[in-house]
Design a binder for this molecule. Structure first.
Ligand code: AN7
Length: 354
């Protein structure tokens, strides 16, 4: 008899499209902490929490969707899976496929995915194909391949992915004892905002919660098709995870925002980096895309679109270790000193610590 967390499929089995015949392919994802903000929240005058999804087994929220997608692929008798990815989907697909005896192919935009994510895909022995194009082009290619060949698509076009990811909304309600007033989330391909909205609506429909949050999604300004109202051909942002110009779940994201009295807005790379630094200052290391949710909340408070005193949950979608090079973009630097007591002492004393 074990008391450890069983992963999201067993924890929320009755809410998911699984049967006794579905093999449960889990790496014990989910059950991530809801961290009360110590600094950013009080400074903004908000009751602010962070859903720290970087603590999932491969370091991002994708694991919630991947446990479902891989379980259902296994159930259907698949032998191989494929995805296009800005990095985290490929890391998660590679890990879950490896653990469950499936072959995995990942198609990534060349030179455009963070170092940690590429390392994961390689470590888990996925076949990694880098194409000289962006995410949207890579996705079009894998969609074509899966229509032609018996290989399972595990991008968030796959409805099982969203089913798994909706459990994060359940967890937030379980942790808070109710649905939050606001949910702030980064938007790339728009699968996750769609999944959260599904989760909140389902919990309310089943009478577990009695309200719905206002859904606020944030794109990076250089990759903000939903905000602009048209696809972006060459999306650009330092938040490589959300460098997506034509999101598959575009309509659903708009519906979630519209029907919850929320909105989809954009934040600049400067705003993203400022939030990245603020989160690090309160002990939370996230990748730049995740900081977009916090940058967005700061912008909304300044614009008075979120009122002081509100209860807000920001989803921190991926761990900072995923993208170690992003830290070069902030002000802190390594100082090189001689390996002597004197030199190090002089450097320490110059810090004004006491
Ligand atoms: C850290 O891995 O699209 O709006 O291919 O990695 O559901 O796309 C990643 C997306 C936010 C956006 N934060 O979620 C991929 C990929 C992080 C991410 C998003 C992603 P969606």
């Amino acid at each position: 008899m074990t008391k450890s967390w069983p992963g999201i499929i067993e924890a929320y089995r009755t809410y998911l499209p699984v049967t006794d015949k579905t093999p449960v392919c889990t790496l014990y994802e989910g059950n991530t902490p809801l961290v009360p903000s110590k600094m950013i929240g009080p400074r903004l005058g908000l009751e602010l929490y962070f859903k720290y999804e970087g603590l999932n087994p491969t370091g991002s929220f994708k694991d919630r969707g991947m446990t479902m997608a891989i379980s259902k692929a296994k159930e259907a008798g698949a032998v191989a899976v494929i995805c296009a990815s800005t990095g985290n989907t490929s890391a998660s697909a590679a890990a879950y496929a490896a653990a469950n005896g499936l072959k995995c192919v990942v198609v990534i935009p060349k030179g455009r995915i963070a170092a940690g994510k590429l390392a994961q895909a390689l470590a888990h022995q996925a076949q990694v194909l880098a194409v000289d194009g962006n995410f949207d082009e890579a996705l079009e290619i894998v969609r074509y391949l899966t229509e032609k060949h018996p290989i399972e698509l595990v991008n968030s076009i796959n409805p099982d992915r969203l089913e798994g990811q909706k459990t994060a909304a359940f967890e937030i309600c379980d942790q808070l004892g109710k649905a939050p007033e606001y949910l702030a989330i980064p938007v790339g391909n728009a699968g996750n905002i769609t999944a959260y909205w599904m989760g909140f609506v389902e919990y309310k429909r089943r009478g577990i919660s009695n309200s719905l949050p206002r859904m606020f999604g944030f794109q990076a300004a250089g990759s903000a098709p939903i905000v602009l109202g048209r696809p972006v051909k060459n999306p650009e942002t330092i938040a490589s995870a959300i460098r997506i110009g034509n999101p598959v779940r575009w309509k659903q994201a708009e519906e979630a925002a519209a029907s919850s009295n929320g909105r989809i807005d954009a934040v600049t790379d400067e705003e993203i980096l400022a939030a990245y630094e603020m989160l690090a200052a309160e002990g939370l290391f996230v990748e730049p895309a995740s900081a977009a949710s916090v940058a967005g909340v700061i912008k909304m408070v300044e614009a008075k679109a979120i009122a002081a005193g509100s209860q807000v949950v920001c989803v921190l979608t991926g761990h900072g270790l995923k993208d170690p090079n992003a830290v070069d973009l902030i002000s802190n630097k390594v100082r090189y000193v001689d390996a002597t007591k004197k030199a190090v002492e002089t450097a320490v004393m110059g810090e004004g610590l006491f």
